[in-house]
Design a binder for this molecule. Structure first.
Ligand SMILES: [Zn+2]
Length: 457
């Protein structure tokens, strides 16, 4: 009898323990509307010739603050924006340090990469800011200042909202993303039906569910690796990630749904260009999230470790300062703007920096989930390589390792060594639009992977 009792007790501890530990979190969340007050310049496409004309959906800055049983805190900020410049991130982080004592490693900022959001600061400066009249640049300056304030106030609201919580994780699948380098856009509809899309791609849908002490859902964080380029018109919209957040919030009323973009730099939602398709892809992604939430999720033990480093990634084929000055008279408007961007930032320095401080962050949430935050537009090869670092079956790894791109500083495309060698838009053809002075050196992939592995230890 006594023995049975001990066995039952042990079983009870084994069964309850992870769930009980998962209760031991604190969490707060918030959302702030970041739709510009005025119709300003939009981001994402070079062909734009006037400011926004209206709104299809709202755009949000959403925050989640989590604190583990030992008081370790992390702040995740998701933005319905195409990207963010290092200067804008620095201003946000400085204010958060001053107001809340948050260290850099505790903050992760991710952009959805919607191509129907506002141009912000010098993100894609040569493509937008440096191409428009001064009066419109001033409107962008005002918006950037307002955005920084809104993001910081959103985090403050999330901190005030902190309450006892539990965390659970799970992962689903959604087949919207198509490798745009390896599939012809015009053939995609038929190839899709035949199920013969060329890879690589990452169709995982990682989900983190935050519940209050009474078990009600508070926040759902989910990610997906695919460009938000269904729409290209002149109305503000969150594109398919915006509709996916709306879909999740409709399925679970009262929840704050937060989307983060994965390594989808070489992935497109194809076919595209209609509001119906944006809604339909968003609905499919939202449905995948709902299935995870309604299925069996895993309790997350109350431990959090956050890390952040900037790695000096080498560049190749740099121009001299004189060459750049010569390009200020170029009749190629993006080359001219790139030269101006670089020279303005160079100040009195005589030579260009041969490296770029590339941000890599990671959170270990509980014992299972590794959440990696990479800067730039990261191609899918990185997600696949980073997932392979984890133990367990390939399926376990795919589910437990979450790799975000578009985080903290979106300064360029981040090709793998393979994509850099192959060239094309993601290999470096896009660098002018970002103001990068040259191509990344081939070592970049090994250096990024090395740092991710360091943070893994
Ligand atoms: Zn992009």
């Amino acid at each position: 009898m006594k023995r049975t009792y001990i066995v039952i007790c042990l079983l009870t501890i084994l069964i309850i323990s992870p769930a009980a530990m998962a209760q031991n979190w604190k969490a707060g969340t918030s959302r702030v509307n970041i739709i510009p007050e005025k119709q300003i310049w939009m981001s994402g496409y070079g062909g734009r010739d006037h400011v926004a004309e209206g709104k299809l959906t709202d755009l949000w800055a959403k925050s989640l603050v989590i604190t583990d049983a030992n008081g370790n805190t992390g702040v995740l900020i998701t933005l319905d924006l195409v990207g963010i410049h290092a200067d804008t991130t620095a201003a946000i982080c400085e204010a958060l340090k001053e107001q809340h004592g948050l260290e850099r490693s505790q903050i992760a900022i991710n952009c959805s990469h919607t191509h129907t959001g506002p141009a912000v600061g010098m993100n894609l400066g040569p493509l937008h800011y440096l191409q428009i009249p001064k009066a419109e640049q001033e409107q962008l300056d005002l918006y950037e200042k307002a955005l920084i304030k809104k993001v910081v106030s959103g985090v403050s609201q999330a901190i005030e909202d902190v309450e006892p919580a539990s965390l659970n994780w799970g992962s689903g699948l959604c087949a919207v993303a198509v490798n745009r380098r390896n599939n012809s856009e015009s053939q995609v509809p038929e190839v899709r039906i035949a199920g013969k899309l060329n890879g690589p791609y990452d169709h995982d849908v990682p989900v983190l569910a935050v519940r209050r002490a009474d078990k009600s859902l508070k926040t759902i964080v989910f990610g997906y690796a695919c460009h938000a380029t269904v729409l290209s018109f002149y109305q503000w919209s969150g594109d398919y990630p915006g509709f996916a957040q709306i879909s999740v919030e409709e399925q679970f009323p009262g929840v704050n749904a937060m989307f983060w973009a994965g390594c989808g730099a070489d992935q497109n939602p194809l076919p595209r260009r209609t509001v119906e398709l944006a809604k339909s892809y968003g609905h499919r992604l939202g449905t995948a999230v709902g299935e995870v939430i309604n299925g069996t999720m895993h309790a997350v033990e109350s431990t959090l470790r956050t890390e952040y480093t900037e790695v000096d990634l080498p560049l190749q084929q740099l121009p001299t300062v004189d060459e750049l000055k010569g390009r200020l008279d170029s009749d190629q408007k993006y080359e001219k703007a790139r030269a101006k961007y670089i020279l303005d930032r160079l100040g009195n320095k005589k030579e260009l920096d041969t490296t770029y401080p590339y941000p890599i962050g990671s959170w270990r949430i509980g014992k299972d989930v590794r959440f990696v935050f990479l800067g730039g537009e990261v191609v899918v090869d990185y997600a696949i390589s980073i997932k392979s670092l984890a133990a367990g079956t390939p399926e376990d790894r795919a589910q437990m390792v979450w790799v975000a791109g578009y985080s903290n500083d979106v300064m360029a495309y981040i090709p793998s060594r393979r994509v850099l060698r192959e060239g094309g838009y993601e290999g470096g053809g896009s660098n002018a639009y970002y103001g990068m002075p040259g191509l990344w050196a081939p070592e970049l992939e090994a250096m990024i992977m090395h740092e991710v592995e360091e943070q893994w230890k």
